[in-house]
Design a protein around this ligand. Structure first.
Ligand code: PLP
Length: 370
């Protein structure tokens, strides 16, 4: 098989999605499965749909188009504000989009009219994280204008936290979103059907509350794909953190000194890491680099340590064992590494459903009740 490659365990992704769908169902919160870190791969999206998500969300219309073409039977939401230049495509392929700008929504309305469709609009509200969103005080005016547009269906409101500034979702900001939904219904006499509380970082709040009030949707990517809560990067109990592995091939392995020699300047990617002298070590080079993955997001197998990476070389301290040329090493990935590996044209993918055997041993157990 070719390297580098991402090995993808579809059964583990399915397990993670199902576990979260079931836990959140107790609070009457539906899950929008977010596929952007998986490049909208239809095989992965299909597992999410089978696991019971209420819809699929992606930040790129290109990914939504791929999933549509694959014939997936679900509602698609574009979770990044549409570019005005893509409005036509957005209306043609997404059922709903997240929005904050009236200029964009007006264009969506025109395109929807031209295509004989109705496009759903979910308005994003700024609750402190300072990424996308309308300030709460300006929300009623925007809702009023949206409700007057033809071929636009106002679907509800949402917020996104913990992405730009790391603001934690909590009782206070979730209550603020719920009461905005209440007051819009009072003011306009419309139903605010969807109140979308946030992303994987909301799980700590959601699974710790007994009453989610108006919050009836969460958009989950990382928690499903990597089994982690992004706020603290902690493994979520009962989920797999190893649905993905990145396999790379050894192209050099030699005994080398720990410390470089000669006069030192910067490397192509900034200052090199200082190392203490441990004498000779076994050092391997893998055919993997920054063109393939974010090397800072790789977790090496036990006994190995990533020392550095350039465009095409990953240098690894392999401890006492030397690796055979042509042999393969599998790394675990964080979100950033997964995103880059998925979008690199050099990284192939091997998807499998596993044998269901070894699976249970790698389930996260203990720890926080999540
Ligand atoms: C990426 C994204 C999500 C999903 O985030 P995860 O942390 O992967 O769960 C949800 N909502 C919006 C608006 C996003 O951009």
């Amino acid at each position: 098989m070719s390297a580098p490659r991402l090995e993808i365990r579809l059964d583990r992704i399915h397990h993670n999605a199902k576990a979260l769908v079931d836990r959140l169902a107790l609070l009457e919160i539906g899950v929008i499965g977010v596929t952007k870190a998986a490049l909208g791969l239809p095989e992965i999206a299909r597992e999410l749909v089978r696991a019971g998500v209420t819809g699929i969300g992606d930040s790129r219309i290109e990914n939504i188009e791929t999933m549509r073409r694959a014939g997936l039977p679900c509602e698609f939401t574009l979770i990044r504000s549409p570019m005005i230049s893509q409005a036509e495509r957005v209306v043609a392929h997404a059922d709903v989009s997240h929005n904050t700008e009236i200029d964009v929504i007006e264009r969506l309305s025109l395109c929807a009219q031209a295509q004989g469709r109705t496009h759903g609009v979910l308005l994003m509200v700024e609750l402190g994280d300072l990424r996308e969103g309308i300030l709460p005080a300006q929300l009623p005016e925007l809702v009023g204008r949206v409700l007057r547009l033809p071929h636009i269906a106002f679907r509800g409101i949402g917020t996104n936290l913990a992405c730009q500034s790391g603001v934690s979702p909590d009782q206070a900001n979730m209550e603020a979103l719920s009461s905005l939904a209440d007051s819009l219904e009072e003011t306009f006499g419309v139903e605010v059907e969807t109140v979308s509380g946030g992303n994987s970082a909301n799980l700590g709040w959601a699974l710790g509350t007994t009453d989610a009030r108006r919050i009836n949707a969460l958009r989950l990517g990382e928690a499903i794909l990597l089994g982690r809560d992004p706020l603290h990067r902690k493994a979520i109990e009962g989920l797999y953190t190893d649905a993905f592995g990145l396999v790379a091939e050894v192209i050099e392995c030699k005994q080398k000194p720990t410390r470089p020699w000669g006069e030192l300047g910067q490397t192509a990617f900034g200052p090199a890491r200082e190392r203490t002298d441990c004498g000779l070590i076994s050092q391997a080079i893998l055919a993997l680099g920054r063109q393939d993955v974010d090397p800072d997001g790789l977790e090496a197998p036990d006994g190995m340590e990533v020392l550095g990476a350039s465009s095409d070389h990953l240098v690894v301290d392999t401890g006492t064992s030397s690796l055979a040329i042509g042999s393969e090493v599998t790394f675990q990935l964080n979100y950033s590494a997964l995103l880059r590996a998925m979008t690199s044209p050099f990284v192939t993918r091997a998807m499998s459903k596993g044998d269901g055997e070894a699976a249970d041993r790698s389930l996260t157990s203990g720890g926080r009740a999540a």
